[in-house]
Design a protein around this ligand. Structure first.
Ligand SMILES: *[C@@H]1O[C@H](CO)[C@@H](O)[C@H](O)[C@H]1NC(C)=O
Ligand SMILES: *[C@@H]1O[C@H](CO)[C@@H](O)[C@H](O)[C@H]1NC(C)=O
Ligand SMILES: *[C@@H]1O[C@H](CO)[C@@H](O)[C@H](O)[C@H]1NC(C)=O
Ligand SMILES: *[C@@H]1O[C@H](CO)[C@@H](O)[C@H](O)[C@H]1NC(C)=O
Ligand SMILES: *[C@@H]1O[C@H](CO)[C@@H](O)[C@H](O)[C@H]1NC(C)=O
Length: 327
């Protein structure tokens, strides 16, 4: 198992290097823009399957991406897909064994009486161009002046407790979506979709109780009061496991919120622009709204931070996302 992980890690490094080196060779060997144009016309142009300038889905798909990218798994939990496979349920239960004792089917049955449980954003088409900004919490946003650029996207997806007020110039002033879990839900505007990640079943119980009777023994957190049931989306545990198995190849205990948000965007958007990931300019790690530094090294906890970061570089290299690292 460990050997296998090391092997896939090495393979990923090699893939990334090939990708990077081919870009370097290509840019050095093309001595004029004319030559570049000729070279490009030699290759079959891969046809975009959306209306953006650069689409995530193209005909003639890169084999590495094609092997992993699976649009048949819905990113959101719905009435239709709420029944989890045995495998998924077991894996999900084992993440937090103590927090997963409730009767799952009873909980989701009640939940979808108040939450709209339909498919979302599955309208991919050649004439659609949905641009998305995924806004992380890194200190590299400080002084970046990215605000207007971030706001110009169709969707602006933020995470956890990241504030906007007072930071608009660097992080923008819109949030169409916010990905969070209980304990980190802050700053919902009244038209923001909350995308709740249920790492554990108690999350679903808590939300169900807050939106219906409030009968759960531990009182629902005050933050639950700002949740608008009509705007609530629930991250699908099956999609969570797919990201972990297929994309992360089971590195770390489970994927970080940042990586889960990025992969969600890759699956529901046509163009993904990523802001606020990685270290601050001086190499330290901190949140853009905090003065104190968290750490001098990537604080990854139970997540495979380096592996996730490498995958992001690879996705960037393959034109599936654009990374804005501060300026
Ligand atoms: C996508 O996921 C579905 C459901 O897990 C699976 O049946 C299918 O084989 C997958 N497709 C690819 C191309 O991996
Ligand atoms: C779980 O809930 C479902 C639906 O409410 C019910 O049919 C089932 O009997 C329950 N299972 C257990 C073990 O209580
Ligand atoms: C998208 O989801 C909706 C609601 O579940 C469904 O009616 C529709 O057929 C789906 N569209 C596609 C293209 O899958
Ligand atoms: C958000 O910022 C833009 C400028 O980037 C401004 O035109 C707009 O009024 C702001 N909206 C709100 C709600 O503050
Ligand atoms: C949302 O908030 C804005 C101002 O903050 C208000 O003008 C608007 O009416 C509110 N919309 C709803 C649906 O509550």
């Amino acid at each position: 198992m460990v050997d296998l992980k090391n092997r896939t890690r090495k393979l990923l490094i090699v893939l990334f290097c090939i990708c990077a080196i081919s870009i370097i060779i290509f840019s050095y060997s093309s001595t004029s823009s004319l030559q570049l144009a000729i070279r490009q016309s030699d290759k079959p142009v891969s046809k975009a399957l959306c209306a953006c300038r650069q689409c995530i889905s193209v005909e003639d798909e890169d084999p590495w991406f094609r092997k992993r990218f699976n649009t048949s798994i819905s990113p959101f939990l719905s009435q239709k897909n709420a029944i989890l496979s045995k495998d998924t349920f077991k894996w999900w239960q084992r993440l937090f064994p103590k927090a997963n004792k409730a009767n799952y089917s009873a909980v989701v049955q009640k939940l979808f009486q108040v939450v709209p449980g339909e498919g979302h954003y599955n309208d991919s088409a050649p004439n659609r161009c949905r641009t998305c900004a995924v806004v992380g919490n890194s200190g590299n946003l400080k002084g970046s002046d990215y605000g207007a650029l971030i706001d110009s996207n169709d969707f602006v997806i933020r995470m956890n407790r990241a504030p906007i007020l007072g930071y608009e110039k660097d992080v923008g002033n819109r949030s169409t979506h916010r990905v969070a879990y209980p304990g980190t839900i802050r700053h919902l505007q009244n038209d923001t979709h909350l995308i709740l990640i249920p790492f554990k079943m108690t999350t679903l119980e808590l939300i169900m109780s807050a939106l219906t009777t409030g009968s759960m023994k531990s009182a629902p957190l005050p933050e639950m009061a700002q949740i608008n049931a009509d705007k609530l989306l629930i991250y699908n545990p099956t999609f969570l496991k797919y990201i972990y198995d297929v994309w992360l190849e089971r590195h770390g205990k489970y994927p970080s919120t940042g990586f889960l948000t990025l992969m969600l965007a890759i699956h529901i958007c046509d163009e993904v622009n990523v802001f606020g990931f990685g270290a601050a300019k001086d190499g330290s790690w901190q949140h853009y709204w905090e003065k104190t530094k968290l750490s001098r090294r990537r604080p990854t906890g139970v997540h495979a931070g380096d592996y996730e970061s490498m995958l992001m570089k690879l996705l960037t290299c393959k034109n599936k996302m654009k990374l804005f690292e501060g300026r």
